[in-house]
Write a protein that binds this ligand. Structure first.
Ligand code: PNS
Length: 160
């Protein structure tokens, strides 16, 4: 059984993430959507619990996807869960620069773990969680950008 992991901050999960999740879920037998800590992103607005809740809501109807979290290194989690593959989404050259570095470091840290990159579908190349957070902050309409299953929760969190 091939197990893939799609790690990220998911603050909050967006339709861009869902694009990658749906496509990645077809490449592996089981896909773990893992909430990990990115030390470069300190102002997430949403707690780990809130983000996990929204990830669950958005992915519960995809058969081979599970949601989890880990507070340490990605490679530690990979080792413990016997994961075969890291899957990441790439929107542009900035993402590529960052993700290529992460892929090389993760490979050095753990038994040649491979990372594969899926190019974002064109309609999502300009979408990010930070844009969604800014829209929420200013009361803009987010419906086009986040999975419909999380809209009520996002509004109820009132963290803006
Ligand atoms: O959605 P993001 O913020 O781009 O996701 C980045 C994330 C959380 C996947 C990355 O920061 C990460 O893997 N964090 C865990 C710590 C780790 O293993 N870092 C890579 C080696 S330095």
């Amino acid at each position: 059984m091939k197990i893939g992991i799609y790690p990220g901050s998911f603050a909050p999960i967006t339709k861009g993430h869902m694009d990658i999740i749906l496509r990645a879920s077809k490449l592996v037998d089981k896909l773990i959507i893992a909430l990990l800590y990115n030390p470069a992103k300190t102002d997430m607005q949403f707690s780990v619990e809130d983000r996990l809740h929204m990830m669950h809501l958005a992915t519960s109807d995809i058969g081979n996807v599970i949601v989890d979290s880990h507070s340490g290194l990605l490679v530690e989690y990979i080792q413990n869960k016997n994961i075969d593959l890291i899957i990441k989404g790439i929107r542009n050259s900035t993402d590529f620069e960052y993700e290529a570095q992460m892929a090389v470091i993760n490979k050095k840290l753990h038994g040649n773990i491979e990372t594969i990159f899926l190019l974002s579908s064109p309609e999502y190349t300009l979408l990010s969680s930070s844009v969604v957070r800014e829209l929420i902050h200013f009361g803009g309409n987010i419906e086009e950008f986040v999975p419909k299953q999380i809209i009520t929760t996002l509004h109820s969190l009132q963290k803006y």
